[in-house]
Design a protein around this ligand. Sequence first.
Ligand code: FES
Length: 368
Amino acid sequence: MTTTEMTSTGMTSTGMASAGTPRSLTVGDRRVECAPGQSLLDAFLRAGVWMPNSCNQGTCGTCKLRVLRGEVDHRGSPPDTLTDEERRAGLALACQATPCGDAVVSSPAAGSGDVRGTHALRDLVGTVREVADVARDTRRLLLDLDEPLAFSAGQYVELVVPGSGVRRQYSLANTPEEDTTLELHVRRVPGGVASDAWLFGSVLAGDRVELTGPLGDFSLPDAADDEGEPMVCIAGGTGLAPFVGMVRTALQRTPHREIVLYHGVRAAEDLYDVDRLTELAARHHGFRFVPVLSDEVDGGSGHRTGFPTDAFLDDVASARGWSGWLCGPPAMVEAGVKAFKRRRLAPRQIHREKFTPADALGGEASAA
Ligand code: FES
């Protein structure tokens, strides 16, 4: 995940509030308050009301909802994501729109009227415990929180980069029980304010960091709803991070679950967490970890070569009944969706999380 550059406001990158009378927002059987200038999504998530969301930048369309009563200011909703026709039809991007007065909305979260809860979005402060080089241009950041954070495996947090006010999104590599020390994986992007200047530059143990979370829908279902179906996961680069938390969580729930995790990188020096995941596979015989190197042609390192989506197609004749999970660069995610469909995964069982460039930084990309 990544995000746009914003100043720190105490809300998510899209949820800034200003002084004034709060609005009343209703979805299904839930009513929440929304401050002037606060996004619909921010208001619902902070009240613990689930709304579909992914990028929180107005680019993915996941948070699209229908305004049944009242008016909203669409603010920066891009026409590519929300067309004029959709606006006229009463649709809005919850992560961008703010209510002009009291409003009633419906979304897939409303279902029959009972809106399900979620881990409430919160602002927290953490302290950098450790920053370690784990692969070429890749670091692991451990952050001790002042208070525990409730989240689902695979979700992400938004950090405020110290000294700059810039916000960046990073997936959590934690299981939900690991709720006091967050683990984030960061790939260096030359010139990037977050990765290059801070996490590969000035960062020090003891730095205090503001963050907001949890965010995103790329996560395992709650334990009660988890059917324990076989899973195929394909990660590109630091897109491995959410799977480190998700796979461990899935195996805690169902120790013999069939899971295959492909990790695509360019070369052997880009691999990380190989020992950790190999050891996990030794303890859980249904789990396979498969590193795949795209720049290596001779197989000299002993790893598979090519693209991870092709490795999946080579290995699996049919994935009917499986769930499929993709996290990485957009091209890899799109190739993965096609590969999953070719192997008969049901579309509703395909979950994806794309890296998106931070537009204001000349393309600093996500650390997922
Ligand atoms: S467009 Fe709102 S979450 Fe992506």
